[in-house]
Design a protein around this ligand. Structure first.
Ligand code: PLP
Length: 364
């Protein structure tokens, strides 16, 4: 079976060498030496000033909202993983959905401004598939109306825009280090800021709001463990070669797929991409389902990602139409992409997609 992704696992001996250190120190969690070492190494790799390593890419979104005191309306994207909307709802904020651009599926800055009301406090946007949003336009709108900008940069590890890590943009930026991501620590995530006071605040938030007897603020338990950090320390040095391996597979798909009846999102000029996903968009949901079934018949699992469009979630208070996002969400499929996926399998997957497209056209 070929799954849409496969986690990278480092050499077991490398990981167990870290375990030996943990066993020797008997220090398992609470801002331990490996957590600090990992934070330092990631900061150096990304070129960012402050980074707090946390338990996942969801809690950091919640921490971002809390740290910026956001409680009212937030303009957000309907085309993301459900965690983006959930974080807003969980923190008692009201998500206001701005539709996406039809070319790259990121939030459309032109759709943001008409939605701003006196209750709007922030923009929370996702850099979809690791491709940057229209960062400059979004910042200009935020500056004009005094809004905060939070980026869900869960997909962006190792990607940069205009020569800077995408994680360095916005008031706060968050990432997921889940096992399926380009860089992972099994479970994990981080929050990034260049503001010293904000970094201190987040440090306290991550650990119940106190350090020893210094009870400074409310907080949550978002600390990650030494065992997770050890995985990160093993995977991080491999990131450049993992991204290069992804690029090779990405290019193979691009060379072999028949683009007469499928499209792909465009990359923002200025991007240095991390090849996190290979999404393809079909002309209709029926065609997508045909291709999906044809792949599944050969034990190849593609993923409808993102689906459904978040503005249609059944537990939202009201329905806010986002026609572009709803249409793309019904028609987009991510093909398997991970380092180590053999070229012969990429050929086979592309062949099945092309053939299913031909069959779907029969009689049209
Ligand atoms: C865009 C986006 N935001 C947030 C998350 C949540 O990250 P985590 O699974 O680490 O909580 C994900 C995870 O897939 C994601 O894709």
């Amino acid at each position: 079976m070929i799954n849409v992704t496969k986690s990278y696992l480092p050499d077991l001996a490398e990981y167990t060498a870290y375990l030996k250190g943990i066993w020797d120190r008997v220090y398992l969690t609470n801002d331990g030496p490996l957590v600090r070492e990992l934070e330092d190494q990631i900061k150096a790799y990304l070129g960012v000033r402050h980074l707090k390593y946390c338990t996942n890419g969801t809690v950091v979104l919640q921490m971002a909202l809390k740290a910026l005191d956001i409680t009212k309306e937030v303009i957000t994207t309907p085309f993301s993983y459900v965690a983006t909307t959930n974080a807003l709802l969980w923190e008692g904020c009201t998500p206001v959905f701005a539709d996406i651009r039809p070319d790259d599926f990121n939030i459309d800055p032109d759709a943001i401004e008409p939605l701003i009301t006196p209750n709007t406090q922030a923009i929370m946007a996702t850099h979809v598939y690791g491709n940057a949003c229209r960062i400059d336009q979004i910042q200009a709108i935020a500056d004009k109306y005094g809004l905060k900008v939070i980026y869900d940069a869960a997909h962006t590890f190792g990607a940069s825009y205009n020569g800077r890590s995408i994680l360095s943009y916005g008031d706060l930026s968050t990432c997921s280090f889940h096992a399926t991501k380009v860089f992972h620590t099994v479970e994990g995530g981080c929050i990034v800021t260049d503001n010293d006071e904000m970094a201190e605040k987040l440090h306290f938030y991550r650990s119940f709001g106190h350090r020893n007897d210094d009870y400074r603020s409310i907080g949550i338990n978002a600390k990650n463990s030494e065992l997770h950090a050890a995985m990160g320390l093993c995977v991080l040095p491999k990131v450049p070669e993992l991204i290069a391996a992804r690029k090779t597979i990405f290019d193979q798909y691009s060379a072999r797929l028949d683009f007469s009846r499928i499209t792909r999102p465009t990359l923002l000029p200025g991007m240095d991409y991390n090849y996190a996903y290979y999404p393809v968009v079909f002309e209709s949901e029926e065609t997508l389902l045909l291709v999906f079934d044809a792949l599944q018949a050969q034990e190849i699992i593609a993923r409808r990602y993102f689906y459904p469009s978040l503005n249609t979630l059944p537990f939202l208070k009201s329905y806010q139409p986002c026609p572009v996002s709803e249409s793309v969400a019904r028609r987009v499929l991510c093909l398997p992409l991970y380092p180590g996926l053999p070229e012969a399998d990429v050929d086979r997957i592309a062949g099945i997609v092309n053939e299913a497209l031909v069959l779907s056209g029969v009689g049209v």
